[in-house]
Each structure stands twice: as structure tokens, then as C-alpha cells.
Design a protein around this ligand. Structure first.
Ligand code: ATP
Ligand code: MN
Length: 479
């Protein structure tokens, strides 16, 4: 006989479909306990929703000994009846019995019911998911991941798993982390005294991937439309609020797409994701919207966001992104009244201050910049007709700067080979990549969306370390 699975009920469901006068069991972590003479109020969260449920304990239903163990952070199991409430919430639990599943010493539990700084909470990454803000962020992070798979599945893309350990260091997207099993204290040496990687696990030098793109292209040139969604590693020693050493990237690659198709896809994709969050994470977004407004009030007038969080999200879904070329952008920046820290000249890479000026001050909406000088972009980008620029595109977002980087890919074998040689990439290391341009090459394009930058935008948080559960950054890999 099939076993009947008794589904446990979680607070989200209890609040969404309240069965008044039914017997219920609530399990979760105590947020607050308030005691008066005849009654004790306990607020419980189980993380399934931003909302807590209130348990009401009347005198003599629960022993003093148990009550004394019910402190902020403790985990409890409450048996009782769901009743209508006069308070802020529509329902509450009239308690019959409480089991303490796990105590939390109030002298030692670090997350008290008050405002903690995000810096402090980063040091408590094992407990911060229990706070309202991080609960909301991680639920939204989940919803966005789910939406990404949904979008691609609905549009005929295949999820391709590209390797995390890579033998090619050709992507050129950033500094790499080495992967080795050699004895660091006593590595094998070649005759010229260099480390002999032939003795290493893979018989060659290997690294953690900085991008799944090159392998993604191989997939697109067989399955037409693929995407990757996986961890990505960059050993860039930049302690910024927008860079992590380990982050997640979404990289679609499409055969038969040119630069315009690529831009259309990127814009439609981001709008879908933001809309998905607005429709499916309303409670969490309301909470973060209030937090965002509080935070903005602390800033000087000139730096404050003109829009609230939810307004900002709606604005993105409702307006076309501004598309222009790098050359046009440089003209705008040169004519701007604002004095930049870094000078702008055709041929130099744009700095974050330039990107943010274009998005936040000049156009006041997301911007897609195209046709960058080929010298400042990767070797695989398709050369434009002018011979000076490549068919690159960067999508720039308010408060974030670059959220997507992509391009049409060079599909001409000779051009690609020459470009690789020019930038010093050895043919042997990417022979397989070059071969796809010899056997059935075709126009194709793709891009990379940094998942945490998207979550930053949607949640309105200020630091990328606060939108991933366990951030990895220079000098920080705890938990
Ligand atoms: P940036 O100039 O901001 O460092 P990039 O030019 O190095 O970005 P790409 O190599 O094009 O970025 O990577 C694609 C996307 O991955 C970027 O648009 C961004 O959203 C994200 N990304 C890149 N580096 C990081 C990082 N260190 N941490 C988090 N996200 C990143
Ligand atoms: Mn970078």
C-alpha cells in the first residue's frame, strides 16, 4: 500500500488559507516574546514568508519552566487552535501546548530583535537568513532562479552544463583561481626549474572557470539555443560593492542571432525577470521597498533615488532601454557638465562613474551600449563593418552599472584566429573553439548576466555581499 505523506503546514500557507477554529501545529523560530500578567505573546517565523504568526499563551496553559526557554532565536513547536485575531494580523494561534525543539541562550544569541548593521550580519552569515531582510532576499533569489529556467524553457533553450574546472585560460575575462593537487611545499619541477604541471591531476594547468561562454558556444552550434546558469570565479582583488570572487552567471548563446536579436533577447529577458519578481514576491518587495526608502533618507539629497524600489522595478518593465553606440556615449560624456574622476576619450574603457552618469543622470533609464573599440573588448567579439569596433553590447542599470555583457561572436575562422594570435592566445589552447568556425560556422551571439547584480537591483540592496548566502570576496571565505 502506498504510504500517505502527511504534509506539514508552514506559516505561509496558514496565513494565506486560514482555517479558522482548526487545530494546527506551528513550528518555527521565536522572534519576540512579550509577557504581561495573564498572557504571553510569541511571534514566530519559519522563513516561508516575511510574515510572522502570533501565538497567544494564556496563564497556566504552559509551564513557567517552558516559558522561560522561549527566547528570541529558540525553535519551538506550538500546538493550538487557529483563531480570528483583533490585532494587526487576521489570525493567531491560541496555544494548548509548546515543545521547545532547540533553545537559544538570550545572553549569547547574536540576532536580537533590533536593527543590526549589514557589516555585523555578514559576520553572522550562518544566522542572518533568520532576519526579515535576508529572508526576503533569499526568497527573491530563489524566485528569480526559478524564473530564469522558466523563461528559457518556454523559449526553446536547452540548459547546458559547462565545466567548472577549465583547462583553457583563454576567456580573458579576469584573474583565475588555480586548481591543483600538487604538493605546494614541494612541487615537481621541470628541467628549467618551473613547476611541472604534467605531474598535476589533469596533466596540465587548470583553473576555476571565469565564464561558460566558450563551451556554451559549442552547444549553440549544435542545439541552436542554449543557456548556462552556474558558479563563476574571478580572483580579481577588487573590493567593490559589485564584485564577488564567486558569483553565478547566466549565459545564453544562440545560433542565427545577430547583435540586434541579442539586444532584443536581453531586454525581454530582464523585463520578464523583474516582472516575475513583482508578481510573485509582492510581500517581500513591499518590505524591501520600505527598507530602501529608509535607507535613502539617510543619504544627502543629491544622491537620493528619485523613485522607490517598486517604482524603479516597474519603470524598468514599462520602458524601452536606450540603445546607443559607444562612440555616441563618449560624445555625450565629453559634453557633460559633470567633472569625472577618469577622463573620457575614444578608445578608453568606460568607468563605473561614466556608466552611471549615462543611466542615472542623462537618460534616466537602462542603457544598452554597443560597438565598443575592439582593443578594449574580448578577442571573440565580431568585428563590425568599420573595422575599428566590435559588435559588443553592455546593458547598464541604475545603481549597478554593467549588469550584462555580451556580443555577436566572430564566426569567421581567419578573423578569429588572427585576433586570438594578436592578443597572445595560443592556438593549441583553443583549437576546439576555432574548429567550430571551420565546420559549419554560422552567425551567433550571446551574453552573460551576473545573477547577483540582478538580485541587487531587484532587492534594492547596496552591497553584492548581501544578496548571496555565503559571499566569497578577498580575505573572506568563512562559512
Ligand atoms: P565589470 O566591468 O563590472 O567587472 P566585466 O566586464 O568583468 O564586469 P563580464 O566579463 O562581461 O563582466 O561578465 C558578465 C557579467 O557578469 C557582468 O555584466 C556582471 O553582471 C557579472 N560580473 C562580472 N564580474 C563579476 C564579479 N566579480 N562579481 C559579480 N558579478 C560579476
Ligand atoms: Mn570584471
Amino acid at each position: 500500500m502506498a504510504r500517505v505523506i502527511m504534509e506539514k503546514v508552514y506559516i505561509k500557507q496558514i496565513l494565506e488559507e486560514p482555517k479558522i477554529d482548526s487545530d494546527i501545529v506551528v513550528r518555527g523560530w521565536v522572534r519576540t516574546k512579550r509577557q504581561s500578567k495573564n498572557v504571553t505573546f510569541i511571534n514566530i517565523s519559519d522563513g516561508t514568508t516575511i510574515h510572522t504568526i502570533q501565538a497567544v499563551v494564556e496563564a497556566d496553559t504552559v509551564s513557567e519552566e517552558i516559558l522561560s526557554k522561549i527566547n528570541t532565536g529558540a525553535c519551538i513547536e506550538v500546538y493550538g487552535k487557529l483563531i480570528a485575531s483583533q490585532g494587526n494580523q487576521k489570525v493567531e494561534v491560541k496555544v494548548e501546548k509548546i515543545n521547545v525543539l532547540g533553545e537559544a541562550d538570550p545572553e549569547k544569541y547574536p540576532i536580537q530583535p533590533k536593527k543590526h548593521s549589514f557589516e555585523f550580519l555578514r559576520e553572522k552569515a550562518h544566522l542572518r537568513p533568520r532576519t526579515n531582510t535576508f529572508g526576503a532576499i533569499f526568497r527573491i533569489r530563489h524566485a528569480l532562479s526559478f524564473a530564469i529556467h522558466n523563461y528559457f524553457n518556454d523559449h526553446g533553450f536547452f540548459y547546458l552544463h559547462t565545466p567548472i574546472i577549465t583547462g583553457s585560460d583563454a576567456e580573458g575575462a579576469g584573474e583565475m583561481f588555480k586548481v591543483t593537487t600538487l604538493d605546494l611545499k614541494n612541487p615537481p619541477k621541470t628541467e628549467n626549474g618551473e613547476i611541472d604541471f604534467k605531474e598535476d591531476f589533469f596533466g596540465k594547468e587548470t583553473n576555476l572557470t571565469v565564464s561558460g561562454q566558450l563551451e556554451g558556444e559549442l552547444g549553440a552550434l549544435a542545439l541552436s539555443k542554449i543557456y548556462t546558469f552556474g558558479p563563476t570565479f574571478r580572483a580579481e582583488n577588487s573590493n567593490t560593492s559589485r564584485h564577488l570572487a564567486e558569483f553565478w552567471m547566466i549565459e545564453p548563446e544562440m545560433a542565427f542571432y545577430d547583435l540586434v536579436d541579442n539586444m532584443d533577447l536581453a531586454e525581454d529577458f530582464i523585463k520578464y525577470l523583474v516582472k516575475y519578481a513583482l508578481e510573485n514576491c509582492a510581500d517581500d518587495l513591499w518590505f524591501l521597498d520600505a527598507r530602501f526608502s529608509d535607507e535613502e533618507k539617510q543619504k544627502p539629497m543629491a544622491e537620493r533615488s528619485e523613485m522607490g524600489l517598486i517604482d524603479k522595478l516597474k519603470f524598468v518593465t514599462e520602458n524601452d532601454f536606450q540603445r546607443l553606440t559607444y562612440t555616441e556615449a563618449v560624445e555625450i560624456l565629453k559634453n557633460a557638465k559633470k567633472k569625472f574622476q577618469f577622463p573620457v576619450d575614444w578608445g578608453t574603457d568606460l568607468q563605473s562613474e561614466h556608466e552611471r552618469f549615462l543611466v542615472e543622470k542623462h537618460f534616466k533609464k537602462p542603457v544598452i551600449l554597443t560597438h565598443y573599440p575592439k582593443e578594449i573588448k574580448a578577442f571573440y567579439m565580431k568585428e563590425a563593418e568599420d573595422g575599428k569596433t566590435v559588435k559588443a553590447m553592455d546593458v547598464l542599470f541604475p545603481g549597478i552599472g554593467e549588469i550584462i555583457g555580451g556580443s555577436q561572436r566572430e564566426d569567421d575562422y581567419e578573423k578569429l584566429k588572427n585576433r586570438a594570435a594578436q592578443v597572445g592566445i595560443e592556438e593549441e589552447s583553443i583549437w576546439w573553439y576555432l574548429e567550430t568556425r571551420q565546420f559549419g560556422s554560422c552567425p551567433h551571439a550571446g551574453f552573460g548576466l551576473g545573477f547577483e547584480r540582478l538580485v541587487l537591483f531587484v532587492t534594492g540592496m547596496g552591497n553584492i555581499r548581501d544578496v548571496i548566502p555565503f559571499p566569497r570576496a578577498p580575505k573572506s571565505a568563512d562559512f
